[in-house]
Ligand binder design. Structure first.
Ligand code: 8GP
Length: 833
């Protein structure tokens, strides 16, 4: 308010308001201005990188105008906001998305051409914003796109990692990790050096009696790290709504460094404090579905949560409402348990800082939070040693103990004869050392808990959170099946398909109401349409083949069946099943006569994905894939019949090339292990069919597209436990075809017998936890069906079109409406023209 311009001078401001460019001429002016002023270059030294930078700055300027207005509108209307707390936002590139969302890509294309550049080359200059590991992080990015596109007043809160997920290089068939330093030039962020929060760590707690005779806790001492806000505008599609993603960066408190130490010659220790503080937001932990319990990770979590809550509370307090109204103004969604300390932090603010009574505070807290669970894998469930929490956050540990005490008291009342249940549900695990169970804390402190696909939401209710269903009743638990944004994953990644659909449906409305795709179904008998559909797939395959040639040197035939598995490498996702299947195919082809071989359907098996740096087995899987590729790809008997490729450094921008080019993609996790999966949706939306297990969202995809349009195989989730039990306690025979594959590997056909022996032993000797052998036969048989089906191209295209027509359900817009309705209770806030 103090900074507001007085009324008489406002006329001058209005006269001079910045205008957004509207034509390609105006756009060109902006680009040239940015080249000449922001970048201090000229037409004599403007390379593609500089043109990218200037183009991005021009678009950023545009977004900012809408963004300011959106924020003003949201503040003025003072309606309920959503805050999405996620340690990961896997955004990918921003420029193409910004151009499409504001509807200015053609304008930019013409302008850039006029200035001497091809728009694709300029888009290709951008470094992915890769602040995430995989599904969980990309889901957060899709949700931001949907929230803005649907005009919801929503903010994302995360960390501004200096290093995102590592860049993967493949050297001699092995994964090598290279740091991803992506911030050398990032035009999409606004540093807000004036928006800072002091975050406290360590110290001790003192109880004192205040003037009213109440005992209050004072957390004092320790150290302060400063959180600095960096804001990233999130443009909605076809709407002026532009939301905010606020990422926190850490820096030392008290200036750059200790000048006293510096002057006395102790330079090293003067910068040490600064470095230690900056370490907090330095690096994204590169594990997907695995928690390693590192102290720095807990520091990251509290740092981010404390800064975000301070910000949220500060915004709420401006409205001068009563605290009671907090949950009517604020909905906070916890993306997995990583931000669970927010529950404790809000309780602390309310009782220690604002002086509320415990019960009222707790009612506000539970009314505010929702928690999304993304995995049932035990190794991914977060637990922190009590001692570590005590040391880092002494006051929070006390509050956690109090929350637990009140919770267990109520459970005891409810189940007076059941002592066991108290041990099972306690937030504190009575182990050595004692641990804080973050999922339990998240459930107790939230009003809704959701899984991310129907099977997954059922599983959490019957397995890991069963007791909580007894305690709170089934209503606290719900399902929101994941989705993807059709803007990035159809319109941006597959422009030709998007335009074909738009031409048939008469508009681009389907991009905001994906259910309209169902109108395509009547066209499955339209010859021209089918022809064009097939041509687009082929063109996308040619594009990928070109990329493969450039990056691996291998020639692939675009008419072959492209079979793709791209996702994080994990034993539960079973890339080992896939590569064993590929070896089986290779052996089968080798055993054929040349005449028989001629009749076979050519295949290209494409893999991609990162292994966590400490996940040895996953790295061996990558190695085996590459080893098989170098044998198969150079075998003259085989030629084009089989090619095996591992594409280096899979990320969002590469997914945009790969997804539109698949014929079949693999989603083959052991049933009951993949919570949802989201790339399955991306592939089907782009006209590829999938081979998959009855797991995660595959089940709902089957329900939507129909059993004839998907290839399912393998054991069901309900049988997994018995099978595992039988492996351990009964006799465990390996599938004979798989045994032959193992023999071949052990003969040394693919080199390094030693390296691959652990993968084989996992199946043969260590209980085959992921059921590779149990599912092998049905996997191979189902691939035969895929080959057969692909021979009939007519029919294949009909399946492809039918499946796309039925994918409307999997838009992340539908997810956001479900969250808004069932969990957040928020309404969209569109601009009133
Ligand atoms: C993933 C699930 O594995 C995947 O099935 C689901 O589609 C996705 O979340 C979105 O809901 N889980 C993770 O990515 C995950 O747990 N990541 C860890 C790094 C936290």
């Amino acid at each position: 308010v103090e900074a507001s311009i007085p009324e008489p001078q406002r006329e001058a401001w209005k006269r001079n308001q910045t205008a957004a460019f509207k034509s390609s001429d105006e756009f060109e002016k902006e680009v040239v201005r940015h080249v000449e002023t922001s970048l201090a270059r000229s037409m004599f030294n403007c390379d593609e990188k500089a043109a990218y930078s200037a183009t991005s700055l021009a678009f950023r300027d545009r977004l900012v105008l809408d963004w300011n207005k959106t924020q003003q509108r949201q503040t003025y209307r003072d309606s309920k906001r959503v805050y999405y707390l996620s340690l990961e936002f896997l955004m990918g590139r921003a420029l193409d998305n910004a151009m499409l969302n504001v509807g200015m890509k053609d304008t930019a294309k013409a302008g850039l051409a006029d200035l001497g550049f091809r728009i694709e080359d300029i888009i290709g200059q951008e470094h992915d914003a890769a602040l995430g590991n995989g599904g969980l992080g990309r889901l957060a990015a899709c949700f931001l796109d949907s929230l803005a596109s649907l005009d919801f007043p929503a903010w994302g809160y995360g960390l501004r990692y200096r290093y995102g997920i590592f860049k993967q290089e493949i050297i001699d068939g092995y994964q090598v990790e290279v740091p991803d330093y992506w911030l050398d030039f990032n035009p999409w962020e606004f540093p807000r050096h004036d928006v800072t929060v002091d975050v406290q760590f360590f110290g001790s707690v003192k109880k004192v009696t205040n003037e009213e005779g109440k005992s209050v806790a004072i957390w004092e001492g320790g150290e302060i790290v400063v959180a600095v806000a960096y804001d990233v505008p999130i443009p909605g599609y076809d709407t002026p709504t532009t939301n905010n993603l606020r990422l926190w960066s850490s820096k030392a408190s008290g200036g750059e460094f200790d000048f006293q130490k510096f002057n006395s010659g102790d330079y090293e220790s003067s910068v040490a404090e600064q470095q230690r503080a900056e370490t907090i937001s330095n690096v994204l932990y590169p594990n997907d579905n695995l928690e390693r319990g590192k102290e720095l990770r807990l520091k990251q979590q509290y740092f981010w949560v404390a800064a975000s809550l301070y910000d949220i509370v500060r915004r709420f307090k401006k409205s001068k409402r009563a605290w009671r109204e907090f949950p009517e103004q604020v909905a906070i969604q916890l993306n997995d348990t990583h931000p669970t300390l927010a529950i404790v932090e809000l309780q602390r603010i309310l009782i220690d800082v604002e002086g509320l009574e415990w019960d009222l505070a707790w009612e506000i807290v539970t009314g505010t939070f929702g928690y999304t669970n993304h995995t049932v894998l035990p190794e991914a469930l977060e637990k922190w040693p009590v001692g570590l929490v005590q040391h880092l956050l002494p006051r929070h540990l006390q509050i956690i103990y109090d929350i637990n005490l009140f919770f267990l008291q109520s459970v005891e009342k409810q189940f007076p004869d059941d002592r066991e249940i108290l041990t099972r549900v306690s937030i504190i695990e009575e182990s050595q050392p004692k641990m804080v169970r973050m999922a339990h804390l998240a459930i107790v402190g939230s009003h809704k808990v959701n899984g991310v696909a129907e099977l997954h939401s059922d599983l959490i209710k019957t397995t890991i959170f069963k007791d909580f269903v007894e305690i709170y009743g089934p209503d606290r638990f719900t399902n929101v099946t994941n989705g993807i944004t059709p803007r990035r994953w159809l319109h941006q990644a597959n422009p030709r398909l998007s335009e074909l659909i738009a031409s048939k449906l008469g508009s681009h409305e389907f991009l905001k109401d994906l259910s309209q795709l169902n109108k395509l179904e009547v066209l499955v008998q339209d010859k021209d349409f089918k022809k064009e559909w097939a041509e687009i797939k082929f063109a996308n395959k040619v594009r990928l083949a070109k990329y493969i040639k450039e990056t691996t040197g291998v020639n692939v035939n675009p008419s072959a069946l492209f079979d793709v598995q791209v996702k994080r490498i994990h034993e539960y996702k079973r890339q080992q099943l896939n590569i064993f299947g590929v070896i089986h195919r290779y052996l089968t082809l080798k055993a054929m006569t040349p005449a028989e071989r001629k009749k076979q359907m050519p295949r290209v098996s494409i893999f991609g994905g990162k292994a966590a740096p400490g996940y040895w087995m996953a790295k061996q899987i990558i190695h085996l894939i590459n080893a098989v590729g170098s044998v198969v790809n150079n075998d003259e008997d085989i030629g084009d019949l089989l090619k095996v490729l591992f594409l280096e450094d899979y990320n969002v921008s590469k997914a945009e090339i790969i997804c539109p080019a698949s014929d079949i993609s693999e989603h083959i996790s052991t049933a009951g292990t993949e919570a949802s999966g989201t790339s399955n949706m991306k592939f089907v939306l782009n006209g590829g069919l999938i081979i998959g297990t009855c797991d995660g969202a595959n089940i709902e995809i089957t329900r939507e597209v129909g059993e004839n349009n998907i290839f399912l195989f393998g054991n069901l989730a309900e049988d997994v436990e018995d099978l595992r039990h039988a492996h351990t306690y009964g006799s465990h025979t390996i599938d004979p075809d798989l045994a032959k594959v193992f023999e071949e590997i052990q003969k040394g056909t693919f080199g390094s017998v030693h390296d691959f022996s652990a993968m084989i032993a996992a199946v043969k000797d260590h209980g085959d936890y992921y059921l590779v052998s149990d599912d092998f036969h049905s996997y191979i048989e189902t691939h035969k069906l895929v080959d057969e089906a692909y021979r009939n191209q007519e029919e294949w295209v009909v399946k492809s079109i039918t499946a796309v027509a039925r994918m409307g359900f999997f838009s992340s817009d539908r997810c956001i409406y479900e969250y808004a309705d069932g969990i957040w209770n928020v309404e969209p806030l569109p601009r009133r023209d």
